[in-house]
Structure formats: structure tokens, C-alpha cells
Design a binder for this molecule. Structure first.
Ligand SMILES: Nc1ncnc2c1ncn2[C@@H]1O[C@H](COP(=O)(O)OP(=O)(O)OP(=O)(O)O)[C@@H](O)[C@H]1O
Ligand SMILES: [Mg+2]
Length: 339
């Protein structure tokens, strides 16, 4: 265990029946940084984070959080860690203020201290006006902010954020990003899962890409992106029968392989280093070839494209068969509550 690592995981494994949710994951998260775990639906992100936060026991492998073993020293880990995300813990029927006050009481604040702490946190997250409304009436963005407020009652040294911005509008997403940046400036280490390359790019110092329970790439955002070219072109043709003609034009102009998403009208292509100028010639060439292109955009490589580059295939959609959430999800919760 190196002193500078806030999280060090080696060979973590978790099965659910015959699903290998996490299949030998190693992670090394430097203290004081933001670490992004990037992957599609069902990649194993939540399962990995829940093991690190001591909510699930690994089937194999070991991990330390701030030097504490997640199995042998689980209480020390819990004392130092905050968790928020997909399956975290605010009570929908209670108001925002009641939720945060209750948590502060559970952590040992007196009644009046707990109320003070709650109103300070709610103010910091611009939730003062909604403090006395039940959480179930909150918008998605407010919901994420109350989750964050709740996870910060104890100023954790390490904060796990499980998809903190999935489904949020751009403004709310930016608010959450600002909060994360503030926390890191104050010395918190943040491990965040996301499905968005852009989020990892904006926030994370280093990123692990996971798929099917395995880390398939690790590095800084620029390192990952340079593995998929400098940008990408996305377009849709008006007539699906012209898709192959359009693909041929793109290959001629920017000279890289074209990918064909499931949408029969769509095409995407990476822009290789040094070919950025050529992109400007694409639309006129397509027009000359008599191909109508109602949608055209040039952007950063998407997570799909990082995946394509890393794995040679598009990410598979989540298998709905595996959706049977069962008691295992809460096994240690219940253990904990029983104490
Ligand atoms: N409690 C459980 N019981 C059964 N299967 C589970 C359970 N938790 C997760 N799984 C399965 O394990 C795999 C990994 O799930 P996990 O929730 O860790 O993925 P994820 O990367 O967080 O996905 P998402 O982006 O959709 O949140 C999936 O196939 C999922 O269906
Ligand atoms: Mg998840």
C-alpha cells in the first residue's frame, strides 16, 4: 500500500448467480484526485463501487480504502467514505431537511447541531427553498443535489459518486460538476462512475474504462481519446439506400474506416490525426455525389467510439434477463443495521 493511494483494489470479483458482474478489477486511485470509472450499462460499475464502499462483499480479490481493508476493517472504511448514487439512501417520503438532519443525528450530532448542519448543507446546494418539501417531489437535478448533500454530512475523505449526473439536463450536470471540483479542491478524493466520456473528460484526472466486469483501458482523458483519433463525424443520410455511397465518399475524403450504427441512416467516422482540415470538404463532396445529408455533426469521440477502438465492437445493450435485483444487493446493509 503506497501512502498516496486513496483506493487500491486488486483482482476484485463479484458474481450474481451466473453473471460475472465484476471479473478481476484492479484500481489505483491517487489521493486528492478525481478518478473516473467509465463504462456502459451493466459493465459492473455499481457493483465495484458497492464493494469498495463495503456494501457488498467481494467473492475474490482485495481492496484498501485509505489503507483500510474493505472486509477486515469495514468500519474504518465506512467512517471515511461517503457514497451517493443510483441506489443510495435518501428517504423519498421525508423532506430534504428531515433526511439530512436524520443522517447528522445518526453520525452523532446533537439535535440542534444536526439541524444547523442540515440547513448549511441545503443552502450550499441551493435547496433551502425546497428544504421542507418531500424528496419525492424533487426534480432529477434536485434529487442528485440532495444525494450529494446527504453524502457530505461527515465531510468524507473519499467520496464515491455512482453516475451522479445520468439523466440530468446540462445545467444541473454543470452544477454537480462544480460541486465535485469544490470538494476536490478541499482535499476529498472522488471516485466517480459514469457512462459519459465527456464527464470523465471534464472531471477525472485518470479514467478506467470497464466492460463486462473488466478494466479494458486506463489512463488520462487525452490518452484515451488519442486512441480513437482527434474527433469524429456523425451523419444521417436522407435515403438509407445511399448509406454505402456516403460511406465510400467519407472513406475517400478522410481516409479512415467508417462505422455503421444500428440506425440504417447513420454513419460515423473517426477523424485521424492531421485530417481535421479534410472534414470541411465532406459536405460538398457528398452533395456532388447526389447524397442528401440532413444531419451532420463533428464532435469529440463518443464513449461508443472509444469502445469500438478498444474492443473492436459496439457496446452491447444490457441483457434484461439479468435485471433480477435480489436480497444480495442489501445483504450487508441488513447485517449492519442488525448490529
Ligand atoms: N443484485 C444483483 N443481482 C443480480 N444481478 C446483478 C445484481 N447487481 C448487478 N447485477 C448484474 O451485474 C452486472 C453489472 O451490474 P452493475 O449494476 O454493476 O452495472 P453498472 O455498470 O453499474 O450499470 P449501469 O450503468 O446500468 O448502472 C449486470 O449484468 C447486472 O444485471
Ligand atoms: Mg450502475
Amino acid at each position: 500500500m503506497s501512502a498516496e493511494l486513496a483506493v487500491e483494489a486488486t483482482g476484485l470479483v463479484k458474481h450474481f448467480k451466473d453473471v460475472k458482474a465484476v471479473d478481476g478489477v484492479d484500481l489505483r486511485v491517487p489521493a486528492g484526485s478525481v478518478y473516473g470509472v467509465l463504462g456502459p450499462n451493466g459493465a459492473g460499475k455499481t457493483t465495484a463501487v458497492r464493494m469498495l464502499a463495503t456494501l457488498l462483499r467481494p467473492d475474490a480479490g482485495t481492496a484498501r480504502v485509505l489503507g483500510h481493508d474493505i472486509v477486515d476493517d469495514a468500519d474504518d472504511v465506512r467512517f471515511n467514505v461517503g457514497l451517493t448514487g443510483q441506489f443510495a439512501s435518501v428517504d423519498e417520503d421525508l423532506t430534504g431537511a428531515e433526511n439530512v438532519t436524520l443522517l447528522a443525528r445518526m453520525y452523532g450530532f446533537s439535535g440542534s447541531e444536526a439541524r444547523r448542519r442540515a440547513s448549511a448543507l441545503l443552502a450550499a446546494f441551493e435547496l433551502s427553498d425546497a428544504a421542507d418539501k418531500p424528496v419525492k417531489s424533487y426534480s432529477g437535478g434536485m434529487r442528485r443535489r440532495i444525494d450529494l448533500a446527504a453524502s457530505l454530512v461527515m465531510s468524507p475523505k473519499v467520496l464515491f459518486l455512482d453516475e451522479p449526473t445520468t439523466g440530468l439536463d446540462p445545467r444541473s450536470r454543470n452544477q454537480v460538476w462544480d460541486i465535485v471540483r469544490l470538494l476536490v479542491a478541499e482535499g476529498t478524493t472522488v471516485l466517480l462512475t459514469t457512462q459519459y466520456l465527456e464527464e470523465a473528460d471534464q472531471l477525472a484526472d485518470r479514467i478506467a474504462v470497464i466492460d463486462h466486469g473488466k478494466v479494458i483501458a486506463e489512463g488520462t482523458a487525452p490518452q484515451l481519446k488519442s486512441s480513437v483519433g482527434t474527433g469524429s463525424v456523425h451523419l444521417r443520410v436522407a435515403d438509407a439506400r445511399q448509406r454505402e455511397d456516403a460511406a465510400a465518399v467519407i472513406e475517400r475524403v478522410i481516409g479512415d474506416e467508417v462505422t455503421r450504427p444500428n440506425d440504417p441512416y447513420a454513419l460515423a467516422a473517426r477523424v485521424p490525426q492531421g485530417m481535421e482540415e479534410q472534414v470541411a470538404h465532406l459536405l460538398p463532396r457528398l452533395h456532388e455525389a447526389g447524397i442528401a445529408v440532413p444531419e451532420f455533426s463533428l464532435g469529440q469521440p463518443s464513449l461508443d467510439e472509444v469502445f469500438l477502438a478498444l474492443t473492436g465492437k459496439m457496446p452491447e445493450p444490457e441483457d434484461p434477463e439479468n435485471e433480477d435485483w435480489d436480497e444480495e444487493q442489501t445483504e450487508q446493509h441488513t447485517e449492519e443495521e442488525a448490529r
